[in-house]
Structure formats: C-alpha cells, structure tokens
Design a protein around this ligand. Structure first.
Ligand code: SAM
Length: 431
C-alpha cells in the first residue's frame, strides 16, 4: 500500500521495502525457490526475475539504515579499516576448510591448528561472525553460514587472499601515489608499487611471485564465475546469428571459455583465440569434441599488429586494466607496435566488427546506489593497481575516436544482470 504523500521519508522507505519484498517473495515462491537466509545450505543468488526488486530493497534498506545513524556512526561504518583483518586471517590460514560442513568446531581447535592464541582467534572470528561469515551457535563454537561455506571454494578463498594481501595495501597507498605522481599513466607508479615497495608493474610483480600469481588467477576465476560475468550475457544479447558463416578472433581470449560457448551456440561461427603462449598451452585439449573443428588457438601479443583477417574481433575484459596511453599510443620501447586498439588496424577490412565487452561506469545516479558504490570502488582499484580507470560509455567513445576516427561505435548494450556492457563497433575503412 502506498504511504500518504505527507508521510516522512523513513515511512516512505519502509513502505517501499514492504511492497518490494512482497513482490520478491512472490517471485521466489512461484519458482519454488527457498527464501534467503544465512543457513549453511541456503541459496547464494537470486533468479534474474527478482533482480529489479532486489535493487529496490537494497537501496531502500541502506538509505533507511544510514538515515538512522549519526554522522560519526555512519563514518565509522564506512571507514571500517579493520574489516579486512578477519578475511586475511580466514583466507591465509584456510579457516573455512577447518569448519566441517554441516558440523561444528571450536575457537580452541582453530587456535591449535593455526598456532594463534585462542583469545585472538575468538576476537577475529567474532568480527567475521558479526559480518555473517560463520556463526556461533554456542559460545566458543563455530559453524558455517552460507557465506563462510562459499569460502571453502578455493577460488573464492584465493580472491580473499589476493584482496587482503595485495589489493588492500595498494588501496592504502593510492592517495600517496596520486600525490607523488600526479597524472601518471605509468603502470608502475601506483599505490600497488608503493605498498609493495617495487618498481615492477602488477604483472611483473606477480610473475616474480608465483604463489601470489596463483591466488590472483584463482581470484579472477571466482569473480568471473559469478552470474554477473556469465558468458551467457554476450551469447544472448549480441546478434551473432545474423553473421552467418563468420570468422571471429577472440583477442586475449584466455583458454577459450567464451570461444567454446560461441561455437556451441552458433554452428556457423569459427573462433580463433589469441593469447600469450603460457596461457593457451594445452588449451586445445580442453575443447569439447563437438566444436573442436571450429575453435583454434594462436599465440599473439595484443600490443603487436594484428595479422589475422576476420569478420569480428572480440575483446572481453582486455582494455579496462590499461591506462589510455597503452590502449592508444605507440609504445616507446616497440616502435612498430601500435598498442591494443591501434594494433587491430592492419587487419581490419571495411565494416569489420569490433565487439568489446567491458564495464561501463554509469553517470552518477543512473543505476541503483548499491551497484554504483561497487562500480566506483572497482574504478578506484583500477587506479591503485594499474593507473587505469573504468570508463563511461562516453569515455569509451572518446577513446575509440582518439585511437582512430574509423572506429565507429554503433551501440552500447547493457544486458540485465551483467557486469559488462557490449560495445559494438564497426571499422569504416572509407571514413
Ligand atoms: C582479464 S583476462 C580476460 C580473459 C578473457 N577475455 C575473458 O574475458 O575471460 C585478460 C587476458 O588478456 C591476456 N593478455 C594480457 N596481456 C596480453 C598480451 N600482451 N598479449 C596477449 N594476451 C594478453 C591475459 O593472458 C588474459 O587471458
């Protein structure tokens, strides 16, 4: 029921929440799905039909929550610098795996296994428990919630490891880096470089620290396994079928996770995956038989001139971690090497498609605040790590034009529930 027009903001919010929760509940019930809870075996995601209501509820509840706090209390919540400590403890010591699924353990047992004092284990875990990671059914006893259970997955544990060991310190030094190197577009003049006291870029640093590199790979896997990064978004929301028999080059396509799905869904497409040698080594062996004839791999450096002529060049998640300079300019160390976008030009025929899947930073206030907050935080991470930044649709357009006026942006498709937009470009050789 709509509140009267004279109702206060908090009453309006309560009413919005009540209406949206009722609709969300109806969707779950009509699909025979469990209601959300923190129980160990509770579901960890909502169906797509419920996502609009999810946003309404999350924004209204957070506004109501924040409205009832004093400025100091709100700032204490938002600056919770100690919140990363439990995640560091849990991920680095593998604590999620110490709690039996469907069972219990004690602070004492975890202390024995980790070599930390029982008092410290209890203090750190109780901070986690207050954030709904684990539960304490009786004093000193630990059991899983659905959140802590999710951390038993090694990729998600890796993500927490990387976030707490590599990314968090980088964030703490980002402000210092911005002051030390104003306007820098160098990938080794970052919060990450200062935090890790290195002149190496993130890429070089991970290469020199294989255990960290492994966690980083695991963390990317955790991130891309979430529904927001599902390959389905580009399969379902781009008109691949109309291309008929076409050659696609998946530039920086890793081990072919998208290529395989494209080939499976569109039997007329052939997909060549290009990536670094160490990435694609042995990848052909993992291609399902049904698409083996149409998915192939080649070593190619994305900053070197493209040599394969194709109908479509597909770049997913390739540009966002590079400063504009590296997306555009001639790399001073490699006189002939046009970097990333310009590197495609030698192979582009008139009307060739360039399909780019990247996050589009929204204009302020145009998406639900809970999403915008995450996107703005991710944008800052790009700077702390790479001196890069996330881009709005207009930023992308400007980048393409600056790369070459013959890159023409036809449309920006933002699939529902997808973290990445699809930017559809054509090469106008006559332009
Ligand atoms: C964030 S991943 C995205 C992978 C894939 N496109 C996807 O969306 O799952 C970036 C990819 O770019 C590749 N890459 C980075 N630098 C490269 C280079 N200089 N040459 C070729 N590939 C590169 C990496 O190996 C990795 O597979």
């Amino acid at each position: 029921m709509a509140p009267s027009e004279s109702a206060t903001r908090i009453v309006q919010l309560a009413s919005t929440i009540s209406d949206a929760v009722a609709k969300l509940d109806e969707i779950l019930q009509s699909q025979g799905l469990q209601t959300p809870s923190f129980n160990e075996d509770a579901p960890t995601s909502l169906p797509e039909e419920a996502l609009a209501m999810q946003s309404v509820v999350l924004d209204a509840t957070s506004e109501l929550h924040d409205l009832l706090l004093s400025p100091m209390a709100l700032l204490l919540n938002k600056t919770a610098q100690n919140s990363m400590v439990p995640f560091q403890f849990i991920s680095h010591l593998g604590v999620a795996g110490m709690v039996p699924l469907g069972g219990r353990t004690s602070f004492q047992e975890i202390a024995t296994k980790t070599g930390l004092s029982e008092v410290n284990v209890g203090r750190v875990l109780r901070h986690a428990i207050a954030m709904r990671v684990f539960q304490e059914p009786e004093p000193g006893i630990v059991a899983h919630t659905n959140i802590s259970k999710a951390i038993t997955d090694s990729s998600l544990n890796d993500w927490l490891k990387t976030a707490s060991r590599d990314l968090w310190p980088a964030a703490t030094k980002m402000f210092d880096a911005m002051r030390k190197w104003p306007n820098s577009q160098e990938i080794n003049e970052t919060g990450f470089s200062l935090a890790h006291d290195t002149s190496m870029s993130v890429y070089e640093f991970f290469q020199a620290n294989p255990d960290r590199a492994l966690s980083f790979v695991g963390s990317l896997k955790a991130l891309t396994s979430s529904p927001e990064y599902d390959v389905r978004h580009v399969i379902d929301n781009y008109d691949w079928r109309s291309l008929g028999q076409a050659q696609v080059v998946d530039v920086g396509g890793s081990r072919g996770n998208v290529a395989i799905q494209l080939a499976k869904n569109f039997p007329e497409l052939k997909v060549l995956v290009q990536d670094k040698e160490e990435v694609i080594q042995g990848a052909e062996n993992d291609i399902p038989n049904e698409v083996k004839a149409r998915v192939s791999f080649a070593v190619h450096d994305i900053i070197c001139p493209q040599t394969v002529e194709a109908d479509v060049y597909y770049l997913r998640w390739i540009l966002h971690n590079w400063p504009d300079k590296y997306c555009l300019c001639t790399n001073s160390g490699q006189p002939e090497g046009m970097v990333i976008l310009r590197a495609l030009i030698p192979a582009l025929k008139h009307n060739a498609r360039i399909v780019i899947q990247e996050a589009c930073l929204p204009e302020p206030g145009t998406v639900p605040l809970w999403k915008e907050t995450r996107l703005r935080a991710a944008d800052l991470s790009m700077t702390a790590l790479f001196n890069a930044r996330d881009r709005t649709a207009n930023d992308w357009k400007a980048l393409f034009t600056e790369a070459d006026r013959r890159f023409v942006l036809k449309s920006v498709i933002q699939p529902t529930g997808s973290a990445l937009a699809i930017l559809d470009l054509r090469w106008n050789a006559e332009g």
